[in-house]
Design a protein around this ligand. Structure first.
Ligand code: PLP
Length: 440
């Protein structure tokens, strides 16, 4: 018999701590598409951990690369020093990024990536003499991590409300979710591209475009329940940014590395931003790492703007380009390429879409939306108890069905590893269907 675990001392992130500790859900091992729970059950991973284990768990090539690097060199400073794996990983990332985006700044996660990109944007505008351009624009219901920059441009009230007075000068675009017109869309919704026009007609008119440094958007909003860009919407945002000299940042922390069947959402949509923030699938989540991929001329402007021998950008983290993360990242890129992981996602997407939409008509299902290997299932809330219905489904899927799903509000969000097969797609949606049918 294993000893019961003392759960008292850990303050858990984004968790109902007291509720969890009454009946902990513990995962102790992982392989491929599955976790093993502490009671020995196999749990099908319907969420790739947290949208991050794109090639499946404990991939032997990634594990081996980390092991080798840990035995060779544990850490090396990157301030005024370097080590080969960091440069190799930047080259590997630039090789799969959209054309023109080929300079890479490393950090440890998505939150740091967002803050780094926002800082680059403001610093770049200032460097070019646009000193008034300090305002940042985000979107309602956006999630850009939990740094001060990220919660400022983020649009989730719960993440912001305690910190309101300290947040930077930002404004927010309306999110494009419109269930009234787009319920049960397959792929991109038909309606709502005109919401992008509000960026120019309302926000820029209000603030003066000459005060705006950057717009940041998730091409597909994930954390607040899968909000898809209507057809033509991202193209409009790009055009408005171009017209007014505003940088466009794509937060691809969840859409990067094959989630839509292409390396980045930028490729999928054919819309190239000025910077891409990525993390999660960057190392298949085996070691924390984030990155900002920057347009070359933006980077080059920084190089030109300061004297030879001077530090060009006063920013960085102790663990920027950490050797273990860099080794994991290079191995991950190799796995994505050699095992055609992105292509597998693209090939599975139509089957996944059909399975997702088979839930239409089941009790409580008011919308199903999908793109690539992402799906959102929006449920009717229990009157007076928001979040209860989806959370109950989450618990039943975990305990009774051996399937891990994720919920946000009353929305189930699915994002399995990209190696999922048809039988596992059936198991995932079958479990949700059973649980919904049984809910009173
Ligand atoms: N940006 C987006 C779009 C995300 O979904 C997340 C995390 O889910 C983040 C940023 C923050 O990333 P991290 O939790 O690695 O800091």
């Amino acid at each position: 018999m294993t000893q019961p675990i003392d759960t008292a001392h850990l303050w858990m992130p984004f968790t109902a701590n007291r509720q969890f500790k009454q009946k902990p859900r513990m995962l102790v091992a992982a392989s491929g598409m599955h976790y093993t729970s502490d009671d020995g059950r196999q749990i099908l991973d319907g969420t790739a951990g947290l949208w991050c284990v794109n090639a499946g768990h404990c991939h032997p090539k990634i594990t081996e690369a980390i092991r080798r690097q840990a035995g060779e060199m544990d850490f090396a400073p990157m301030f005024q020093m370097g080590h080969p794996a960091a440069f190799e990983s930047a080259t590997a990332l630039a090789a799969i990024a959209p054309e023109g985006l080929n300079r890479v700044f490393f950090c440890n996660d998505g939150s740091e990536g967002v803050d780094t990109a926002l800082k680059i944007a403001i610093a770049w505008q200032r460097m070019r003499g646009d000193t008034l351009r300090t305002r940042l624009i985000g979107r309602e219901r956006a999630y850009h991590g939990v740094g001060f920059g990220g919660i400022a441009v983020g649009g989730i009230a719960g993440n912001r409300k305690h910190f309101g007075p300290t947040l930077a000068s930002v404004d927010h675009l309306r999110h494009p979710l419109d269930i009234g017109r787009n319920a049960f869309s397959r792929g991109l919704p038909d309606h709502g591209a005109e919401i992008a026009d509000e960026f120019e007609q309302r926000l820029l008119a209000l603030h003066d475009p000459a005060t705006v440094a950057a717009l940041i958007v998730e091409p597909v909003q994930g954390s607040t329940g899968v909000i898809l860009p209507p057809k033509g919407y991202l193209q409009k945002l790009r055009a408005i940014c171009d017209k007014h000299g505003i940088l466009l940042i794509f937060d691809e922390v969840i859409t990067g590395f094959g989630r839509l069947g292409a390396p980045f959402a930028a490729d999928y949509f054919g819309v190239v931003p000025d910077m891409i923030v990525c993390a999660k699938g960057l190392t298949n989540a085996a070691v924390p790492m984030g990155a900002v991929i920057v347009r070359q001329d933006i980077h080059d402007d920084f190089m030109r703007a300061s004297a030879e021998g001077a530090i060009e950008f006063y920013h960085g983290y102790t663990y920027s380009g950490h050797p273990l993360a860099a080794a994991a990242m290079v191995a991950t890129m190799g796995v994505y390429r050699d095992e055609q992981v992105f292509e597998r996602a693209a090939a599975m997407a139509p089957y996944f879409e059909d399975a997702a939409h088979s839930l239409r008509g089941l009790p409580w299902v008011k919308d199903v939306r999908n793109l690539g290997l992402i799906c959102g299932i929006e449920l009717e809330p229990v009157p007076g108890k928001p979040t209860a219905r989806a959370f109950d489904a989450f618990l039943k899927c975990f305990w009774d069905k051996g399937v891990l799903i994720r919920t946000t509000g009353d929305i189930i969000a699915l994002s399995p590893p990209l190696i999922i097969d048809r039988a596992q797609v059936d198991q995932l949606f079958g479990a949700i269907a059973d649980v919904l049918k049984a809910q009173s």
